[in-house]
Design a binder for this molecule. Sequence first.
Ligand SMILES: [Zn+2]
Length: 263
Amino acid sequence: MTNMDGVDFVKDIYPNLSETERVRVDLAAAYHLIEYFQMSDSIYTHISARLPGDKEYFIINPYGTRFSEVKASELVTIDLNGTIIDDPCGMGANPAGFTIHSAIHGARPDVKCALHTHTIAGVALSSTQSGILPINQWSLQFYHGVSRHKYEGIALNLEERERLVCDLGEQNKVLILDNHGLMTMGENVGEAFTLMYNLERVCKVQMSVLASGQPVNTIDSDVCDLTYNQYKHFSEISQRGGFHAEWLAYLRLLEKVSPSYKE
Ligand SMILES: [Zn+2]
């Protein structure tokens, strides 16, 4: 099915797809992966992707579907004002999802995908004042570039969007929503998903360490900086034919466990 670097696999997965269609397939894949790795929260939380082109449209899941039911052809297209452009299932979009994702896509054109979760570990960490502690290798990829946003209730108030994007800042790709959950962003769906996969593991480890009550080893700040930069370097050298090797690995997994995403 595939060679080792996955480039042939890409041709199998994306046969003659336009850039827009590829974004739809990638976004649907992210929903299935979030469910597969047990990071979903029933029908809640949301992942969005900005569509290529001049118009400021983004796509999101039909409200009410389980993540493993999401299909590329059924995603809801919405503009930054909340107007539904296309809704193949007639299910609409989660209003809180619109508030959060329209804020990010409106303020950060560099963000092509925004991914939000409520997991046990993520909500637990978001409820701590310390945020992510630099206490293990995984956590050091988040040593810089993480923002926080204070909880204001379920995100139905559109005025919150201004404060949310102000807290996110102009460059960060990780946002801890205090007492609520996690958000990651990427230049493509794969980057946002991979960041979330790693962030989730960081949260699980940190909450386990804190629960142990044991004294914690510290890591010198210069080693933290070094490791942060090493992570960035590894990400850059992991490109395969325009795709990140890790994203291709996840798509190959979905071909075995949940191939309906690309329908
Ligand atoms: Zn939420």
